[in-house]
Design a protein around this ligand. Structure first.
Ligand SMILES: [Zn+2]
Length: 475
């Protein structure tokens, strides 16, 4: 039997406001435990929450960017549960009337475009953090995170494979970053993802029993956890067993999911409107004002880069996945209108360094000026591409390519007579390879080019070397 997966994602995005959602405490990460707290976020009786306007503004931005319908009136509700990281005994969230409903995010997997629908976007506060002592049977609580603003983004169960789920998550993160409302760092927990997943025979309309997956803090974990869960559920069904509705945790070390709690333990949160907070009214005027400040978003930018710079869809997708990278690319093309060369180098050398360090382009010392200088040296034949690649790590560290080339004497050897002499010497030294070439093994020329490059320490102009070697070998 052929099965398909049905996946919906619930994403929590921590907002980049300076202060918390209902008090003026700082949201800064990394402070000493319990130093960013006040009676409001500590849940002291008698203290009253006051809504941070910036949180609503950020939520409206995301709603506009995802084509969601903004409710003119939305309501904060209390989600009641008892846990030591939640001093009030309830979390302030939105329930019946969320900030926004509907909308969609467009994804592309294997060249297939698809709209993933959104159920809702709502605002809520984060809980504190428990730190369990490894040595002693005690736990500590840090309330710095209590009251940090979150947006919860709930998708429709529109995704049919782990690849689609990852593409959705990446696109959502990219939008959040373009809007500069969330840093999107999954490892540090500022972007968290839970998944609802079930399987059903392909073609069936009825949903299977769904399982909730938690604890996936990287794109790779999301992919692995979903893959594992699909296999597990299909195996159960084929065995004539039942999939149980439950919450499962992804065990990173073992690459499996494990039962955390069943439905019978599911919470009844006893939601009710928070009497301490008035309904949130959002005027058309305010929405229009915010709409005017929205940046060009990833999809629009990708389309424009394909039209304006003639980039292939693949290049445009990668370069526009980060707003800063896209800005870097545009800055380079302004002074060096060879977009394909710029994008090739960004997608290989630049991304390799960025991924190595886990950084974004603006967090490095690489400037568009230096990068263009390097590409110009290469394009004008002053240095070979071997040398360009060789010195790139230094350029990435903030050095001027011109200076490096001068200092180390790396200028490309373009003197035809000098190169001919070297080529002649190499050809004479390898009669066996010459014989192979003349018997029709034309790719032996690569061997000769390699030898010449070694002899010249990468400085020889490869085009010229190829030309001379062909002449000598064909002679
Ligand atoms: Zn506070």
């Amino acid at each position: 039997m052929d099965f398909e997966a049905v996946i919906g994602l619930e994403v929590h995005a921590q907002l980049l406001t300076k202060s918390k959602i209902f008090c003026s405490c700082s949201t800064e990460f990394g402070a000493a435990p319990n130093s960013h707290v006040c009676p409001v976020c500590c849940g002291m009786p008698g203290s009253l929450p006051v809504l941070n306007k910036r949180v609503v503004e950020f939520a409206i931005k995301l709603a506009l960017a995802t084509n969601a319908r903004i409710n003119p009136v939305s309501v904060f509700a209390r989600k009641n549960y008892f846990y030591p990281d939640l001093p009030k005994g309830y979390q302030i969230s939105q329930y019946e009337l969320p900030l926004a409903e509907g909308g969609y995010i467009e994804i592309e997997v294997d060249g297939q475009k698809k709209k993933v629908g959104l159920v809702r976007i709502h605002m809520e506060e984060d809980a504190g953090k428990l730190i369990h002592d490894e040595a002693r049977p005690v736990s500590y609580v840090d309330l710095n995170r209590t009251g940090v603003p979150l947006l919860e983004i709930v998708s429709e169960p529109d995704m049919r494979s782990p690849e689609e789920a990852v593409a959705y998550l990446k696109k959502l993160r990219s939008i959040l970053r373009y809007l500069e409302i969330c840093d999107g760092n999954m490892e540090e927990g500022s972007l968290r993802c839970d998944a609802n997943i079930s399987v059903r025979p392909r073609g069936s309309e009825k949903f299977g029993t769904k399982v909730e997956l938690k604890n996936m803090n990287s794109f790779k974990h999301v992919q692995k956890a979903l893959e594992y869960e699909i296999k597990r559920q299909i195996a159960l069904i084929l065995d004539g067993k039942e999939v149980i509705q439950e919450t499962r945790l992804f065990d990173v070390a073992r690459g499996v999911t494990q039962s955390m709690r069943g439905k019978e333990e599911a919470h009844d949160y006893r939601y009710f409107p928070d009497p301490d907070l008035v309904p949130v009214e959002i005027s058309e005027h305010w929405i229009r004002e915010i709409a005017d400040t929205l940046p060009e978003l990833p999809d629009a930018k990708k389309k424009r880069f394909m039209e304006e710079f003639g980039l292939p869809a693949y290049d445009a997708e990668i370069i526009t996945s980060s707003r800063k990278l896209a800005e870097f690319f545009e800055a380079c093309c302004k002074n060096f209108p060879k977009p394909k060369l710029v994008s090739n180098w960004i997608m290989t050398e630049v991304l390799r360094e960025l991924n190595k360090e886990g950084k974004e382009i603006h967090e490095t010392k690489l400037t568009p000026e230096h990068f263009v200088e390097l590409l110009k040296l290469l394009d004008e034949g002053v240095i070979s591409s071997t040398i360009a690649k060789q010195i790139f790590p230094e350029v990435y560290q903030g050095r001027s390519p011109k200076e490096i080339v001068e200092e180390k004497g790396l200028k490309q050897e373009n003197d035809e007579d000098a190169l001919r002499a070297i080529c002649q010497k190499i050809v004479e030294a390898h009669p066996k390879e010459v014989e192979k070439y003349r018997q029709g093994k034309k790719n032996v020329i690569g061997f000769f080019v390699g030898q010449v490059m070694r002899e010249t320490r990468g400085k020889a102009n490869p085009k010229l070397v190829n030309k001379i070697l062909t002449e000598l070998l064909e002679a």
